[in-house]
Design a binder for this molecule. Structure first.
Ligand code: NAP
Ligand code: ZN
Length: 352
């Protein structure tokens, strides 16, 4: 065992504060790493504040992790000391059900182990995430990073925001000729815009923040719609092949379903703490539209996404913060005041 230091919340109303705990010693199949950078996902905030009603306290968020390997177990073959690696939203799964065999660990029949908020396979213990100085992770859940070392902080958000948008875009065959809507320009949304554009799609960004228009065009959108403006929305009625909704708050889905063409699909990845108003059945049946959901992505596909982004020169647009700025960062994220992902420089943890 080693003593780890990080930032955790002890209740739904407590600010995140320094917290120390024990990490297991690396077993034969484990990789130990020092955390260099950790992105700040809206799911971290939902969890710290128990907005999904499943948080085990103390809770230490962080699942957009880039680090450097410090030790490997005897049976580890893919990594060596000094390698740059990534860890995303999962650190384990049962490894014997059909979804796991298919590389869809996020849909493990027995429940995957979250990087934070566990439960650990076998023991049921709580897991502690990337807002910490080091981690020990099973080799099969560690990713290779091939981006330039100078871009590492901006690579961290790919481990959740990147794969959560890449996976549904692939699932629904987005590519050249597709007209794709991305709803919400936050951490997930801005990655969705970049990745869909790199896949060759015509991207339309839907935002509630008129001030994000120029940024959206710079990030790769061909058109920007302020979703509060009914005329701008109506101009796209019945025209989109696919919509990816990343919004972290309940809102009217019918307004977006109306923009899909025949057989179009809208996939929800945003996970608000309260339900959306139920969509109207006629929004779906009149054009055989589909309303779907998607959860992060499997490990194999996460590696595919990282390699795709490295090839296309895609990283996140980030604002680096110190560990002791995390509570302010949460407040700003709630106001959609982040361009477009906070990433904690873990070197600042020692000072904090
Ligand atoms: P984020 O950075 O806070 O971005 C969310 C965006 O939603 C905001 O930037 C804003 O964009 C829009 N928005 C926020 N409040 C809104 C409101 N009241 N009405 C309309 N639009 C609003 O969050 P994120 O980290 O991208 O995460 C987004 C959601 O996805 C969260 O619920 C998170 O938990 C979830 N998530 C799901 C998965 C999955 O596997 N399915 C994985 C990761 C995260 P505009 O200013 O452009 O309108
Ligand atoms: Zn996340």
């Amino acid at each position: 065992m080693t003593t780890a230091h990080g930032y955790a919340a002890t209740s739904s109303t407590a600010a995140l504060a320094p917290f120390s705990f024990e990490r297991r010693a690396p077993g034969p199949l484990d990789v130990a790493l020092d955390v260099l950078h950790c992105g700040v996902c809206h799911s971290d905030l939902h969890t710290a504040r128990n907005e999904w009603h499943n948080t085990v306290y103390p809770t230490m968020p962080g699942h957009e992790i880039v680090g450097r390997v410090t030790a490997v177990g005897d049976l580890v073959s893919k990594f060596k000391v000094g390698d740059l690696v990534g860890v995303g939203c999962m650190v384990d799964s049962c490894q014997h059900c059909q979804p796991c065999a298919d590389g869809l660990e996020q849909y493990c029949d027995n429940g995957f182990t979250g990087t934070y908020n566990g439960p650990e396979q076998g023991t049921g213990a709580n897991t502690y995430g990337g807002y910490s100085d080091h981690m020990v992770v099973r080799e099969s859940f560690v990713l290779k990073i091939s981006h330039d070392e100078g871009a590492l902080a901006a690579v961290a958000p790919l481990l959740c925001a990147g794969i959560t948008t890449y996976s549904p875009l692939r699932q629904w065959n987005v590519g050249p000729g597709s007209k794709v809507g991305i709803v919400g320009l936050g951490g997930l949304g801005h990655m969705g815009v970049k990745i869909a554009a790199a896949m060759g799609a015509h991207v339309v960004l839907f935002t509630t923040s008129a001030g994000k228009r120029e940024d959206a065009l710079r990030l790769g959108a061909k058109e920007v719609v302020v979703s509060r403006n009914p005329d701008e929305m109506a101009a796209h009625a019945g025209s989109l092949d696919f919509i990816l909704d990343t919004v972290a708050a309940p809102h009217d889905l019918d307004a977006f379903l109306a923009l899909l063409k025949l057989d179009g699909t809208m996939t929800l990845v945003g996970a608000p703490d309260r339900p959306h108003p139920s969509p109207n059945v006629f929004s779906l049946i009149m054009k055989r539209r589909r309303l779907a959901g998607s959860l992060i992505g499997g490990i194999r596909q996460t590696q595919e996404m990282l390699d795709f982004c490295a090839r296309h020169g895609i990283v996140s647009d980030i604002e680096a913060i110190r560990m002791d700025e995390i509570n302010t960062a949460y407040e700003r994220m709630l106001k959609s005041d982040v361009k477009y992902r906070f990433v904690v420089d873990m070197a600042t943890l020692k000072a904090a």
